[in-house]
Design a protein. Structure first.
Length: 129
């Protein structure tokens, strides 16, 4: 993605010690999402093990644009709201870190879509295995 161009899609991922789960999630986004996304990693604390997992593996994530967003509030709700506040894209979605690209998003992510005339927030939740 051209760093000067605003992203067309922001993917908001609230995290809390997801170091073991975040790389498969990010690699799945990189493989699956065709609209150039920016991933907003929304974290609570500097000692969250998600941060070094990302920073130590940037090369493996190739061109995926990732921004670290400090939670302005507390917990998952605060992290999601902080992600929306940091979002600059016309489209934003919230994904959990405990899964790879959800099957329900795969058809939607196959090709870029024209801009919608209206929008509404939507967020996924942890799904039962």
């Amino acid at each position: 993605m051209n760093s000067d161009a605003p992203p067309r899609l922001d993917i908001i991922i609230p995290v809390y010690n997801e170091g073991a789960n975040i790389l498969p999630t990010l690699q799945s986004i990189l493989r699956t999402v065709k609209t150039p996304p920016r991933v907003l990693i929304c974290y609570d604390r500097e000692d969250d093990d998600t941060l070094p997992a990302i920073n130590d593996n940037r090369a493996a994530l190739g061109p995926l644009a990732i921004s670290l967003v400090r939670n302005r509030g507390r917990g998952a709700h605060g992290a999601v709201l902080s992600g929306f506040a940091a979002s600059k894209a016309p489209f934003a979605i919230v994904l959990p870190t405990t899964t790879t690209m959800p099957a329900f998003l795969t058809p939607w992510s196959r090709a870029p879509r024209p801009a919608a005339t209206s929008s509404a927030p939507a967020a996924s939740s942890r799904a039962a295995a």
